[in-house]
Design a protein around this ligand. Sequence first.
Ligand SMILES: [Cu+2]
Length: 403
Amino acid sequence: MKNPRRRFLSLAGAAAGLVAVAGCAKDAPQDTWQPAGPNAEMIDNLQRPVFLVAGIVGVIVFAAVAWVVFRYRDRGQAIPEQTHGKPAVEITLTVIPVLILIGVAIPTASTIFDLAKTDDTQMVINVTGQQWWWEYDYPAIGDNAAKYGLSQPIVTSGQLVIPENTKVLLRVTSRDVIHSYWIPKLNGKKDGVPGRVHLLRLEGSKPGIYAGQCTEFCGLSHSYMRMETIVLKRADFDAWVANQLAPYEAPAEGTLAKEGEALYIQQCSRCHQVNGLADAEGNLIVSAPEQYVVSGAAPNLTNLMTRNTFAGASWDLLTQECRDVVWKASADEFGAKYLAGVSADCLNQKDLREWLRNAPEKKPMYVDPTKLQETGGKYRGMPALGLTEDQIDALVAYLLERK
Ligand SMILES: [Cu+2]
């Protein structure tokens, strides 16, 4: 294909085809064009007409430029007489864009104000970004306690669980660098900035899993900082809360999980909290991650197996088959499938074991591991603990009971 015109046409055709295919993708979990709640719908109702207007203007401008380039191309003609211009054309071409911009600005401003409404909030959740995962903390205050059964705070990570058709206010912040919380099908983005609290409302109108990812570059493993919001029917949400607040159940004596518990206390409990876990003398164990982790926290593992992803929602706790059952469930069945959590048959052993074997190999956490002294011996995430395969077996058995 030597002919430049044909080459251009085929390239343009391929580009148009790509755009068409990309636009048709049905199974796109982070598609801003498929809103699943009132906030995302407000944005969608704004972006569609704005895209249309911008598209029409774009086509007109490209066509005009193409016409001028072709019509006045260099054919060896003399340089035309130079004039000042045409005031009528200049004024028209100034007034039209001003009118278009005013037309776009009015609905944009009103949408911004609508999205910022917080006076009718029904539930409050604190969301804290940290290299490289999100922590959610449901305070036991106000309506959270009075109407949603949060008699005690719940602390979890990775997957945010909210009740359907409820105006949830996220108070977004960060413990280290700037992160950004974004669930495209539920609302726009909101930066998590250290020392500041930014408000973002989430409301989901259909039970299901809504995926997102940190959208502010936040260091080495930014791409492994994902998150999911789980929308549950009210009754399912109540069941979730009750389960999160249920008392600790120690593994039965003589089981592998019991060995895992002892190992967990030795190796993991300094960073990770498991609520209700006690030492041999019956004293409750309270983790102190701020002493070991640069950014000051580690995920609460009390109910690890009720979420189905881990480490910044970057890996599945469920095998592909079991994951499909949850992700593809109808809105009616979704709650039951999600609440089932991760059973032994469904556990994605591979990724969890790789994580326990050597977390920094799975998710890069240090630019240079030999520089650990510079942080006063604190880790920038989860360290490699040099566990044996037998120890990993026991820990996995213990973690499987954290439901
Ligand atoms: Cu981030």
